[in-house]
Design a protein around this ligand. Sequence first.
Ligand SMILES: *Cc1c(COP(=O)(O)O)cnc(C)c1O
Length: 433
Amino acid sequence: MNYYSLNKKAPNTTFKNAVIKGLAPDKGLYFPESITPLPEDFYKNIDNLSYPEIAFTAIKQFVSPEIPEDVLKTIVEETLSFDFPIVRLDKNISTLELFHGPTMAFKDVGARFMARCLGYFNANNTNEVTVLVATSGDTGGAVANGFLGVKGVHVVILYPSGKVSDIQEKQLTTLGENISALEVDGVFDDCQDMVKRAFLDEELTSKMQLTSANSINVARWLPQLFYFMFAYKQLHNTHKKIVFSVPSGNFGNICAGMVAQKLGLPIHHFIASNNENNVVTNYLKTEDYTPKPSVQTISNAMDVGNPSNFIRIQELHKNNFSALKENLSSFSFTDEETKDALATIYKEHNYVADPHGAVGYLGCKAYLNNNNDDVHCVFLETAHPTKFLNVVEEVIKEKQPLPEQIQSVIHKTKVATKIGSYNELKSYLLKKN
Ligand SMILES: *Cc1c(COP(=O)(O)O)cnc(C)c1O
């Protein structure tokens, strides 16, 4: 599959090149030249297919021929070595738990898939690739874990000092080997700006191959479409219209769901559930897209003021506002509403959600309010509740047992380099090189 730049000022390129470069030379995001629906039989037979089989068929067109089929089989099997269960809350609402991976964040799948693709492309290559990534919380841990030990790849993670949870910080600062953490004196937007500046810095890019492991990278973004297919496999027997409520930050996950829909997956509607970072909610109301600086909330992985994948969502809808409104609703919720939702979900359904999932639940509730009984709304649970222990225990007033993946990091020693400016990042990278 070839990819084009959404800025339309760079040549089309292969999957391999798109993964290694991250962004196109004109700074546009890469987008697949075509999306061919899967045969109807695939969906009819989905009960008989394993998760890796579903994933293999769904992603093949996007990565071939550069990733041969036998290699792709191994990559998807290794990527998907954990479960993706649906938990029913009531007759209209379920949650799809995406937190059973090694860092208990849904980003594990994209990070593991991308790491393996890059590892394959790099196998016979002595050119080290540096993966630069800015994180507001969960990306860092998932990328660190996914890329640990991958030959020829050095990962540098920038995170805002004091703005990620203790567990998230441990997950990204304790691995060592080819993973380095930079603790930035600033907020997430400062980290993201430094990363963007590095990609534009010709002095740096002439000396080293830099790429991104944020969802702008097609190998991080596209595998997220698997989730929607896994949910369908578990729910299609309800014979209801399936609606997904996706807690959204950079809008990579929901946009991958829309690619699954283009592949023919019967998805009735999408809900972008947001915290108070609500550019998209406002856009759908006013048709006016105005990015804003991010504000800090208890669902911090969604504290994004200018979602990078929104442009891909517009492309998928041919930049047609009414087509987009048909397919997508968006609601925004305050921290107070999110805490109330955590309490309600626990009280009424005996289920412990995390703050991001709780925002997704609120999205289902808001949507179902205007719609009837033939709909089943699935909200994505994007992180395990114990990653946000302070908030969750404060609200439900019960101690939460720590899962093994989390226990294994809390006693490790943090190693991070403090930086305060772009120049410090630059000299760090040049020195490492
Ligand atoms: C990254 C993240 C999100 C937002 O996902 P996007 O693809 O950026 O919209 C939501 N919840 C959690 C827990 C996350 O880590």
